[in-house]
Design a binder for this molecule. Sequence first.
Ligand SMILES: N[C@@H](CCC(=O)N[C@@H](CS)C(=O)NCC(=O)O)C(=O)O
Length: 331
Amino acid sequence: MSEVPKATLYTFDGSVWASAPRLALVEKGYASSDIDIKTVDLVKAENFDPSYLRINSKGTVPTLVVPLLETTSAEVATKFRAITDTKAILEFLDKSRRASAVSGDEAAAPAPILAPATIEGKAVSDEIIRLVHDASVDPNFLLLGARSEAELNAAKGGLPGTFVTNRNNALLAHARELESGSASKAFDGSANPKSSAIHENLKKWYANKIESQALLTSAYVNGDAAAIAQLTQATTAGWKAVGETLAKLETVVQGPFALGDQISLADLHVIPWLARLGAVATGLTGDKDPLASLNAVLGASGGKVGEKVRGLWTNFSERPSFKTVYGDGLH
Ligand SMILES: N[C@@H](CCC(=O)N[C@@H](CS)C(=O)NCC(=O)O)C(=O)O
């Protein structure tokens, strides 16, 4: 008997947004055998491999590849669909395990429903998720950003430096490989029009990605003075925006969790965002308490972590899901 096709989660332990489905798997009570987990090492820039871009053309994690149920009969090869957006992945994981019967274990506790139950709740949830995913408060940029030349020099010697350098080298190497190699041939040796189109698309993809990384590359790798000035300005603006977003979150978070007494999908987006910002702030201040560090970093632009958000963090950090994902430290 052939095995039931499983979903695969492409993830990375140090990733902000891949932490959201990892929290969800624990909160929903998924067993480790329910979903295959594959690591895409972002520090080694594995997300830029052509083989990964075929799965997720954005080259980001998380990705959840799910079997399409209607094609699972024995005669038809199973088809798969890739979900490449964190919000959609969490919604899928929430719906797919609504009842304990999924694992065939009737004695297992029923999985909690994490989607908001009311229209008003959904509006609040969507707003919270939109706020923390906004490009102006991108936690990945704030990891790599620097508010001063001194901060940039410290970052160069640490993980951000390795990350920017590895990404740049990987992108240049992939682009070079495409320049030198010809498009793959069809079985009969003739030029395969489909693969040559793929080849051209990949070339464009790498060119665009290199362009989108130009500011970081110029500041970190080339030490370009204008790029450093632009990076420090953008980073200072980013932290100011974080303060403003925290103030908005304070008005929409219900307490003790995002939507009230029960955890919900919104918490699973807020926690990874706060965890990363807390980790970066801890690195900048040397203070072990992530929220105190965050307040210290935000202080310069008048921002702070309010009581509702602090309560959400404190309550959530007691949960087994948090300990599973952040047991080795915040990232
Ligand atoms: N909008 C996407 C963003 C995902 C994302 O930015 N993931 C980061 C890791 S937390 C990533 O893969 N970055 C790699 C890159 O952009 O090269 C989502 O919400 O899923």
